[in-house]
Design a protein around this ligand. Structure first.
Ligand code: IPE
Ligand code: MG
Length: 215
């Protein structure tokens, strides 16, 4: 969900306002995607690299995640089930504060009964860390350390039930791949747009979905 800072800058607002607008837009995007019968929507909320941002900005982004994971009524109204991917809380190096851990676990529990779209939020997520951990776990769970299999990696991703990605969306004119779902995006279409994340609207969603439907 890139471009919150640029969205704010263009309006002469502090970056934090951009993040707030981004979180509000996510709520709308979730509603529209659920309405379009999207099965899985996975969003990059906060990366393992984002912790080095100024503390006030990090604090603000964390509070927005608390808000996002607290939107239980809306999620239930839209039949959306919450999932999370990221560095496990008990792993060395995990920086997720307890109040976010609680918000994540509570949202998962409170939406577990929903049968519609699965919204997976990547928080303290990095694809390379995920793959390294998957390889290490595959090695210890298989008979031979020399023989790590594709299936062994797939089975040990943070969320092994996440299906392969159909379309990757890159907002705010970024025409590069980031540290996001590197294993899962093989073969995916990529939708590039100049729009910043807070301006990513229904028309944009439909353009991205067209790439999938036109396959
Ligand atoms: C994305 O917006 C939000 C997070 C990475 C948490 P940015 O903050 O990266 O916005 P730009 O790239 O500076 O415009
Ligand atoms: Mg950015």
């Amino acid at each position: 969900m890139d471009g919150n800072g640029r969205w704010a800058k263009r309006r002469g607002l502090p970056r934090t306002e951009g993040h707030t607008a981004g979180e509000e837009n996510l709520a709308e995007v979730v509603r529209v995607c659920a309405n379009r019968n999207v099965g899985f929507l996975t969003v990059f909320g906060f990366s393992t690299e984002n912790w080095v941002r100024p503390p006030a900005e990090v604090k603000h982004i964390l509070s927005l995640h608390k808000r996002l994971f607290g939107r239980i009524e809306e999620l239930n109204a839209n039949n959306v089930r919450i999932q999370w991917i990221g560095r496990p809380f008990d792993e060395p190096g995990s920086k997720t504060p307890a109040f976010i851990q609680r918000a994540i676990l509570q949202a998962i529990e409170d939406t577990a009964h929903n049968t519609g779209m699965v919204l997976t939020v990547a928080f303290d997520y990095g694809s390379r860390a995920e793959l390294l951990r998957a390889a290490q776990r595959a090695r210890t769970s298989q008979q031979s350390a020399q023989n790590i299999s594709m299936q062994g990696i797939s089975d040990n991703l943070y969320s092994p039930t996440l299906p392969p990605v159909d379309v990757v969306v890159r907002t705010s004119g970024e025409s590069r791949i980031s540290n996001f779902l590197l294993w899962q995006i093989m073969g995916a279409k990529v939708y590039f747009t100049e729009r910043t994340w807070p301006d990513f609207d229904t028309h944009e969603i439909d353009n991205a979905l067209k790439l999938v439907h036109d396959r």
